[in-house]
Design a protein around this ligand. Sequence first.
Ligand SMILES: [Ca+2]
Ligand SMILES: [Ca+2]
Length: 128
Amino acid sequence: MEKTFSIVGVFLLLAFSSFGETESESNQSVTSTTASGLNVDIDGNEQFDALTDGLLVLRSMFGLTGSSLISGAVASDAVYTDAEDIQSRITGLGNRLDIDNNGTVDALTDGLIILRYLFGLTADPWYL
Ligand SMILES: [Ca+2]
Ligand SMILES: [Ca+2]
């Protein structure tokens, strides 16, 4: 039952995110203190945001590419705005996206864990 709610939530989020540009001020974020290395700050604006970085990771896990991947999910101050660059950064995270360490990267488990984290379920900066 809980998984059903999670699936519904993911699709609601994906649907909601397609309405215009998302801005980082409406959700919780933490500032990155690292300047180098790949982490979950996919768009490179030194903020970990659920509605940009989290959504980009989740969409990628669902197999979206190109404009479907980045539409409405790139922060206005993003360093990386090109779909190929963003896909490359997500791919570069590799197995570090396998949060539950079960050997596969899956949107409805690993992706949701990342998203929940970025929505502020903990206050500490998080590095993959
Ligand atoms: Ca970011
Ligand atoms: Ca996994």
